[in-house]
Ligand binder design. Structure first.
Ligand code: BJ8
Length: 428
């Protein structure tokens, strides 16, 4: 890809064009080392990912830029709690803003304590470095009160850096908490209507719900194929698809994933997998891994394992449960949306028994040999919940390895040694 031809666009958007150029080239090099070197990669994945790895910072930026010139709005989101159904119903575009890169982490520490997780610092860092086109292009950045780190960071970001909208998310699952979520989703719907000038109607909301459901269904199709004894797709490639899932036009993305699912289903039915031999299978649980955070997947799969599913927001948590499409009024449809989102079992909830049960059930459904329990350093909700996760897995006789890390590569060697020892233990 000739990145140079996007320099003018990046400058227009307000980005550090040289930094973008370096980032795109660096990403290509990592992509080649981590993904392209893989054997037996399905053709549809090769085609889609080879395109998407460059396109999200080039063609997609151009597409959003042009749509904005025509009056469409872009909503940037930082959590899977933000209902895309409402955004699409108002004819706005949506994009994920979670950062998986190390760029600017030091700058972020001017505002945030050192012991803040990399995901939050990464978002601040990319803003300061002017390296995220989606942050620059967003007409509204939506944060949410999930963990304390985000909550307090949004307060600083909102006052000192850029305007943002903060949505309150309940922390328990009682009827009163559902009411709170309903109030917040209605407040959000009003905000989106005001921003876009488009009033939500039964027809537009149904269309918005359908678009998101179709995307989830396509993702669930490809996830299902990973249950095969010889999975037709690597964990790394699956993670990449989850990471791309919030960056592209929803309908084009759904089309691309359905094409990939066609090939994966075909391969699974013929027992064609990514490997010639049986590999130990793993479920990854815990914090989301935003692009280009590929470290743990790369280590596990280069060590000889295969990741067959993920209980995370870059995995099943983002796509499980469809939103009911039936309803005769806008209020009824918003209730449906609330019902769907209220099932999300982020570690920010207390009690959170659903998540603990879900992990053991997923481990069984995907027939795994072990669980990689992943948490970002300083993430209190997930690191604290690890105790209960480990306890439940041990009770179910499922081996687990807890990895607490950040975005730097400094601990790669140490993680590799621990993963190799875990694989050896499973082999015995
Ligand atoms: S629904 S997981 S996307 S909040 S890693 S910032 S929790 S300290 S990302 Fe998340 Fe929504 Fe929950 Fe999913 Fe805080 Fe932890 Fe950092 Fe985290």
């Amino acid at each position: 890809m000739e990145f140079e031809k996007y320099v003018t666009l990046w400058e227009k958007v307000g980005l550090d064009a040289q930094g973008m150029l370096n980032g795109a080239k660096g990403r290509q090099t990592s992509y080649e080392g981590i993904f392209k070197s893989e054997k037996n990669r399905p053709n549809a994945i090769k085609e889609f990912s080879d395109w998407a790895i460059d396109a999200f910072a080039t063609e997609r930026v151009e597409e959003i830029y042009n749509a904005k010139q025509n009056g469409q709005k872009l909503i940037g989101t930082l959590c899977i709690y933000v209902p895309d159904e409402i955004i699409f119903a108002a004819n706005a575009m949506s994009t994920g803003l979670c950062a998986g890169s190390e760029a600017g982490l030091m700058h972020a520490e001017k505002y945030l304590p050192r012991n803040t997780c990399s995901l939050i610092k990464g978002f601040f860092g990319l803003t300061f470095m002017k390296l995220c086109p989606f942050i620059e292009l967003s007409d509204l950045i939506v944060g949410e009160t999930t963990c304390d780190g985000k909550k307090k960071a949004y307060d600083i970001y909102n006052k000192d850096i850029k305007n943002m909208y903060v949505m309150e998310i309940p922390q328990c699952k009682r009827p009163a908490d559902r009411e709170l979520l309903l109030t917040e989703f209605k407040r959000f719907a009003k905000q989106i209507e005001e921003l876009t000038g488009n009033k939500l109607t039964v027809k537009s909301l149904k269309a918005g719900i359908k678009k998101v459901n179709e995307k989830r269904k396509a993702m669930l199709r490809f996830m299902e194929t990973r249950k095969a004894e010889n999975p037709p797709i690597s964990g790394k490639d699956s993670l990449l698809l989850h990471q791309f899932s919030t960056l592209f036009d929803v309908e084009k993305f759904t089309q691309g994933i359905n094409k990939i699912a066609d090939e994966l289903e075909d391969r699974a039915s013929k027992n064609i997998g990514i490997s010639d031999s049986k590999k130990p299978r793993f479920l990854v649980t815990g914090c989301p891994m935003a692009s280009p955070n590929w470290k743990v997947y790369d280590i596990v799969e280069k060590a000889g394992g295969v990741i067959v599913s993920e209980e995370s927001c870059t995995g099943m948590r983002a796509i499980s449960n469809l939103t009911k499409e039936e309803g005769d009024t806008v209020d009824e449809l918003i209730e449906n949306i609330v019902d769907r989102y209220f099932k999300i079992d982020c570690a920010c909830f207390t009690p959170n028994d659903e998540r603990i049960d879900n992990i053991t059930q997923m481990a069984k459904k995907f027939n795994v040999d072990g669980v990689i329990n992943y948490a970002l350093m300083f993430c209190t909700p997930f690191t604290t919940e690890n105790f209960r996760v480990e306890q439940a897995l041990s009770k179910a006789n499922i081996p687990s390895l807890t990895i607490e890390t950040n975005y730097s590569k400094e601990d790669s060697e140490q993680i590799k040694l621990r993963v190799e020892a875990f694989l050896e233990m499973i082999h015995k």
